[in-house]
Design a protein. Structure first.
Ligand code: GAR
Length: 206
């Protein structure tokens, strides 16, 4: 990534609703996040987030993963689209695909993900359901760098969210989502600001 803090270019990958994408768009709009979204890419044609992007004047494209024979071929296609738009940082925002070596190697320590639990608890799908079923009293949000380990990369930001006795998966997910929308733009800005390095699996200040 270039050291110039102005106009750094984000590529946002989505699969659905796109509320975290919207949080990034809003944070850029009100100056909390100093960046430009160069492109939004969905692996699903019906992702509502594509419309959110277009409504904000952002280029939004669909790369349906089934159109490529292997996961690596798909990841290479993503890399081509991101590089064609000079993307500096890739933000996964509800992108429900495992990302593999071609994408991770093309953007070393430059892919972020937001996950609705306090990792390493409850990685993978249905994190909010996992939290309810386990009976934890707190859960939360993790924003982390993406590595080859599923939901396992160095942690940038975590926020705690209470799990209430009468919570359903939906009520907990909604409470966590509010916190995701605050935490993700902050974490993206922290990474863009620099002054950090990866030490083992920890993100540390330099
Ligand atoms: C968010 O809760 C996000 O944390 C989660 O999917 C939702 C997407 O919502 N991501 C994962 O579970 C990734 N493992 P959105 O499309 O409204 O941003």
């Amino acid at each position: 990534m270039t050291p110039d803090p102005i106009n750094r270019r984000l590529g946002v990958l989505i699969s659905g609703r796109g509320s975290n994408l919207q949080a990034l768009i809003d944070a850029i709009g009100d100056g909390r996040l100093n960046a430009t979204i160069a492109v939004v890419i969905s692996n699903r044609e019906d992702a509502a987030g594509l419309e959110r992007a277009r409504a904000a004047g952002i280029e939004a494209i669909c790369l349906p993963h089934r159109a490529w024979p292997t996961r690596d071929d798909y990841d290479r296609a993503l890399v081509r689209e991101l590089r064609a738009r000079d993307v500096d940082l890739v933000c996964l925002a509800g992108f429900m695909r495992l990302v593999g070596a071609p994408l991770i190697d093309a953007f070393p320590n430059a892919i972020l993900n937001v996950h609705p639990s306090l990792l390493p608890a409850f990685p993978g799908l249905d994190a909010q359901r996992q939290a309810i079923e386990h009976g934890v009293k707190v859960s939360g949000v993790t924003v982390h760098l993406v590595t080859a380990e599923l939901d396992g990369g160095p942690i940038i930001v975590q926020r705690v969210v209470p799990v209430l006795p009468n919570d359903t998966v939906e009520s907990l997910a909604a409470r966590i989502l509010e916190e995701e929308h605050r935490a993700y733009p902050e974490a993206v800005q922290m990474i863009l600001d620099g002054g950090w390095r990866v030490d083992g699996r920890r993100l540390v200040k330099v």
